[in-house]
Design a protein around this ligand. Structure first.
Ligand code: MV4
Length: 494
C-alpha cells in the first residue's frame, strides 16, 4: 500500500478521502489555493502546500503545479476527488508519465468514455441498451435534420464532447431544428472546442438511476447496486437515495449486469458510476460513465457496508478486488442531502460568507461529510457545497423521518443555506411516495419561498429576546427557511 498520497482537491471530499487514508496508515498531503489557507482539508492533512491564487485554472486545475508538489512531497499516488481534475485525461496521463499512480481509471479509458458518441457505439456493440439516436456526431445540419425527422419529435441535441447537461437542447418540432442545430454547434465549439453534435430521442419523465461499479486491474468487475438521483435542479443533484423506489429485484439485477458489462467493455479500472435513464415503462438506457468517485457515494457505503475510498486505494495499488458480487448485499435505506450555501428563494444563487454558528446533527444513523466549521469563511470562488448529510435506517420511511429530524437539528447561521428547502422537499407528498423524476423540483417546487410563518416566528423570538434582555441568538430572519427557529437555541447563542 502507498505510504503517502496527495489529494488534489478541497472541501468535504478532500477531508473524506483523508479520513480513510489515516485509517489505513497512509500519510496525506493537501494542496490549497490562496483563499483556502484556513480550509478544513488543510487542517486535516499531515502536510499542505500552497498551489496558487483563487482562480481554479491557476491552482486546483494547474496540472504542472500539482505534479511538482507531488514530486516534492514524495507521494506515490494522487487522489483527484470529484470535479477539478478528476475526469481530465491529460491529468491522469501526466501522473502516469511522472511515475505517480492516478487513483482512478487509465487516462485512455477516461478519454474514450468522455467521447459520448464513442461511448454509445461501444455500449451498443456490447448490447447495453442506449437511447435510440445517432452513433456519429456531425456538424452537417441537413443530416441532423433528416435523422431527427425520421426519429420523430421531441428529440434532444447533445454535444459529442458534452456531458452533465452542457450544450443540450430539446427540440419539439421539425421547424425548430435548423436554428437549434446552429446554436448548439456554436455552443459546443465554445464550451468544448469540438463543434460536433448528435440527435437522440427525448425520453419523457425519466428517472436518473446510476450504478456504482468497482473494477480491478486484473479484469474483475462488480457493481454495488443503484443510486436514485432524480432530485436535481439545473443538472445539480440535491437529494440522492438508495435503493431506488423504482427498481424491482429483477430490474436491479439487469441494470447491475448492464453496468458490469459497461465496465468490462471499456476496460474500466477503479471506482466508477454508470448512469442510466429509466422510463416509467421500466426500460432503461445507458447515459454515460462518471469516471470518478461521486459526491453521493456515501449512500452506497452505508447500505453495502463498504468504504469505497479504501477500495479505490487498494485497486490503485494493484490489489485484486477483495469483494465478490455474491457477498454484496443492499441493507436498509440511505438518503443524502447536499447542504449548499445558496438561496433557494433566489434561484439557488450562491451565498458564500462567514459561518457564524455551526452545529451538526448526530445520533443514530446520521453521517455528516463536511468541509466547513464554525467561524469559517466560505470562499466565493468554488462550488458552494458546505457538507453532505447522510442518513441510514431500516427502510425508506424511517430514513425519510430520520432525515427530517437531522435537517431540523442542523444549525448553520451567518449564511443562507438550502436546508429549509430540503426539509420541504423531504416532507412533501410526492417525495414520501417515492414519485421522483428528473423534473421533480421544477414541477413541484418552482418559485419556492420559505414559510412566512417560520420567518415571522423567528423574528418574533428575536424581538422577545431583545425585550427581555436575553442573549441575542445570531439568527437572522433573512436566513431562508430556517427550521423551527423558536426552539431552544441553547449552546447556540453567542
Ligand atoms: C437526456 C434526457 C432525456 N432524453 N437524454 C442531462 C445530463 C446528461 N448527462 C444527459 N441528460 C439528459 N439526457 C434523452 N435522450 C434528459 C436528460 C436530463 C437529465 C438527466 C439526468 C439527470 C438530470 C437531468 C436533467 C435534465 C435532463
Amino acid at each position: 500500500m502507498f505510504k503517502k498520497v496527495l489529494i488534489a482537491n478541497r472541501s468535504e471530499i478532500a477531508v473524506r478521502i483523508m479520513r480513510t487514508c489515516r485509517e489505513m496508515g497512509i500519510q496525506t498531503v493537501a494542496v490549497y489555493s490562496e483563499p483556502d489557507r484556513k480550509a478544513l482539508h488543510v487542517v486535516e492533512a499531515e502536510e499542505a502546500f500552497s498551489i496558487g491564487p483563487a482562480e481554479p485554472s491557476e491552482s486546483y486545475l494547474n496540472i504542472e503545479r500539482i505534479i511538482d508538489v507531488a514530486k516534492a512531497a514524495g507521494v506515490e499516488a494522487i487522489h483527484p476527488g470529484y470535479g477539478f481534475l478528476a475526469e481530465h485525461p491529460l491529468f491522469a496521463r501526466a501522473c502516469e508519465d511522472s511515475g505517480i499512480v492516478f487513483i482512478g481509471p487509465p487516462s485512455q479509458v477516461i478519454e474514450n468514455l468522455g467521447n459520448k458518441t464513442l461511448a454509445r457505439t461501444m455500449m451498443s456493440r456490447a448490447e447495453v441498451p442506449v437511447i435510440p439516436g445517432m452513433l456519429e456526431a456531425t456538424t452537417d445540419t441537413t443530416l441532423l435534420q433528416k435523422e431527427a425527422d425520421a426519429m420523430g419529435y421531441p428529440i434532444i441535441i447533445k454535444a459529442a464532447a458534452g456531458g452533465g447537461g452542457k450544450g443540450m437542447r430539446v427540440v419539439s418540432a421539425s421547424s425548430e431544428m435548423p436554428d437549434a442545430c446552429v446554436s448548439a454547434i456554436s455552443e459546443a465549439e465554445k464550451a468544448f472546442g469540438d463543434p460536433s453534435i448528435y440527435v437522440e430521442k427525448c425520453l419523457e419523465r425519466p428517472r436518473h438511476v446510476e450504478i456504482q461499479i468497482l473494477a480491478d486491474s486484473n479484469g474483475n468487475a462488480i457493481h454495488l447496486f443503484e443510486r436514485e438521483c432524480s432530485i436535481q435542479r439545473r443538472h445539480q443533484k440535491i437529494i440522492e437515495e438508495t435503493p431506488s423506489p423504482a427498481l424491482s429485484p429483477e430490474l436491479r439485477e439487469r441494470m447491475g449486469e448492464a453496468a458490469v458489462k459497461v465496465a468490462k467493455t471499456s476496460g474500466y479500472v477503479n471506482a466508477g458510476t454508470v448512469e442510466f435513464l429509466l422510463e416509467p415503462s421500466g426500460n432503461f438506457y445507458f447515459l454515460e460513465v462518471n469516471t470518478r468517485l461521486q459526491v453521493e457515494h456515501p449512500i452506497t457505503e452505508l447500505t453495502t457496508g463498504t468504504d469505497l475510498v479504501r477500495h479505490q486505494l487498494e485497486i490503485a495499488a494493484g490489489s485484486p478486488l477483495s469483494l465478490r458480487q455474491e457477498e454484496l448485499l443492499q441493507r436498509g435505506h440511505a438518503i443524502e442531502c447536499r447542504i449548499y450555501a445558496e438561496d433557494p428563494a433566489a434561484d439557488f444563487f450562491p451565498s458564500p460568507g462567514k459561518i457564524i454558528g455551526y452545529q451538526e446533527p448526530t445520533g443514530p444513523g446520521v453521517r455528516v461529510d463536511s468541509g466547513v466549521y464554525e467561524g469559517y469563511e466560505v470562499p466565493m470562488h468554488y462550488d458552494p457545497i458546505l457538507s453532505k448529510l447522510i442518513v441510514a435506517a431500516e427502510n425508506r420511511e424511517l430514513a425519510r423521518r430520520r432525515m427530517i429530524r437531522a435537517l431540523e437539528d442542523y444549525r448553520i447561521t451567518g449564511i443562507t443555506t438550502i436546508i429549509g428547502f430540503l426539509l420541504d422537499v423531504i416532507r412533501s407528498v410526492p417525495f414520501s411516495r417515492g414519485d421522483t423524476f428528473i423534473d421533480f423540483v421544477q414541477t413541484h417546487f418552482s418559485g419556492w419561498k420559505p414559510d412566512k410563518d417560520l420567518v415571522r416566528a423567528a423574528a418574533a423570538a428575536y424581538l422577545v429576546d431583545e425585550m427581555l434582555g436575553a442573549p441575542q441568538p445570531q439568527v437572522t430572519v433573512s436566513q431562508a427557511g430556517y427550521p423551527t427557529p423558536w426552539q431552544s437555541l441553547g449552546a447556540w447563542t453567542l
